[in-house]
Design a protein around this ligand. Structure first.
Ligand code: ATP
Ligand code: MG
Ligand code: MG
Length: 381
């Protein structure tokens, strides 16, 4: 079996390794942090993503390369491509790394997005606010994740504060102003496309964020068949346009029954973690199958599933493990404020059972607030 090289050694790489091991896949991980959590389960080259020596050693040890970290410099991906096949392809990676390029692509594919405008300087910020309207969000075009590099403006009077917060980034990573979408829900489509263009997606997932960080995901989302079909068709169009190979996620806002695309992630995605226990084939295994040219596995789900993210520090596992379908994932990372350190997935045959399990776990772990919106959604089914 081949060796898959993964750029980035975080929890996504770690879960890829865990999913690929039964297939006999071997791995090599590249990460600048010597204690990257995937290094606990796979050999690692310790070095930066732009470090030519580290990239050389990594390429020499891999048969095919893929990403855990979406912000690997495009030049590094290009130079790797001279040595090994790279999936997704560097062009797809480059577009997904830049909010402007990604929104432009969505527009070309007739996928609706919130109004937006590029902001290169302070004067353009005022012009952008006038054209986009308030409330709105100023975001870095590149390198943002978990809501970092964003500033919310409630009125034009907030322009100075927004510029103080992010203005220095304009010349480095670019800025974009987006209209704030008063959404009813946030959805994501996690999907996979193989080397022959075969496309499969998991059931649409509903997501809840707290302070810009994913807190909980529920699948299947309770959306109409028409909306689910629309969401999936948007994802398919994006994948085909990019000749994408591997797993990716399309994040969507749903407002007044209509979908607006927020962004895409060119990699396995936090809102697809429930697929490990909640679907016939997980996003991690299907990603590996796609990049290795193996047949894709079925994406149908097994009942109802909810994933809860553990941010900052791991809670005690007993309450989740005591549930008949409670699953625990500890990423082996040191506790740190705001850091994703693990998750749990609860699965059940019915929405009512899942709601009851979530309430028990929420009460035991003193996290009633985290489970409440999911329970409320399930109770309405
Ligand atoms: P990720 O970790 O998903 O890559 P990110 O840093 O790239 O996050 P976004 O997905 O753009 O950031 O924003 C994080 C969250 O902030 C969104 O999931 C959503 O809850 C909220 N948000 C972002 N943009 C908007 C918007 N235009 N209108 C309303 N809410 C928004
Ligand atoms: Mg993002
Ligand atoms: Mg996002």
């Amino acid at each position: 079996m081949k060796t898959v090289g993964i750029l980035g050694g975080g929890q996504l790489a770690r879960m890829m390794v865990l999913a690929g091991t039964p297939l006999g896949v071997r791995f090599i991980v590249l990460d600048p942090a010597p204690d990257a959590c995937a290094s606990q389960v796979a050999p690692m080259v310790n070095g930066g993503f732009a470090d030519a020596n580290a990239l050389d050693e990594f390429a020499a040890r891999a048969d095919v390369a893929t990403f855990d970290f979406e912000n690997v410099p495009a030049e590094s991906a290009d130079s790797l491509l001279k040595r090994v096949p790279v999936f997704p392809n560097p062009r797809a990676l480059g577009i997904a790394q830049d909010r402007l390029a990604e929104k432009t692509l969505f527009g070309e594919l007739d996928i609706p997005v919130a109004p937006f405008a590029v902001v290169d300087n302070r004067v353009q910020l005022d012009e952008a606010i006038a054209s986009v309207g308030t409330p709105c969000i100023l975001k870095t075009r590149r390198l943002g994740y978990d809501g970092k590099g964003q500033f919310r403006l409630l009125s034009p009077a907030d322009a100075d504060a927004a510029w103080d917060a992010l203005g220095a980034q304009a010349s480095k990573v670019g800025l974009i102003l987006e209209g704030f979408v008063e959404f009813e829900r946030e959805l994501s489509v996690v999907a996979v496309r193989d080397r022959h263009g075969e496309f499969r997606s998991w059931p649409v997932t509903e997501n809840w964020h707290v302070d810009g960080v994913l807190s909980a995901s529920l699948a299947p989302a309770s959306v109409s068949d028409v909306l689910a079909e629309q969401a999936t068709s948007h994802a398919r169009k994006v994948a085909d346009a990019l000749d994408y190979v591997g797993v990716f996620a399309l994040e969507l806002f749903c407002r007044d029954g209509e979908l607006l695309a927020n962004e895409m992630a060119p990699r396995v995605h936090n809102s697809g973690h429930w697929t490990i226990e909640g679907a016939e084939t997980s996003q991690f295994q299907n990603h590996l199958r796609a990049v290795l040219g193996l047949p894709l596995g079925a994406t149908r789900m097994l009942g109802h599933a909810c994933m809860l993210n553990w941010i900052g520090a791991m809670p005690a596992p007993e309450a989740v493990l005591a549930e008949p379908s409670g699953h625990w994932h500890d990423y082996g990372k040191a506790a740190r404020e705001g850091r994703k350190v693990g998750h749990a997935t609860l699965r059940a045959d019915s929405a009512a059972e899942l709601a009851a399990a979530l309430e028990r776990v929420g009460d035991s772990l003193d996290r009633a607030g985290q489970v409440a919106p999911v329970v409320e959604r399930l109770r309405k089914l």
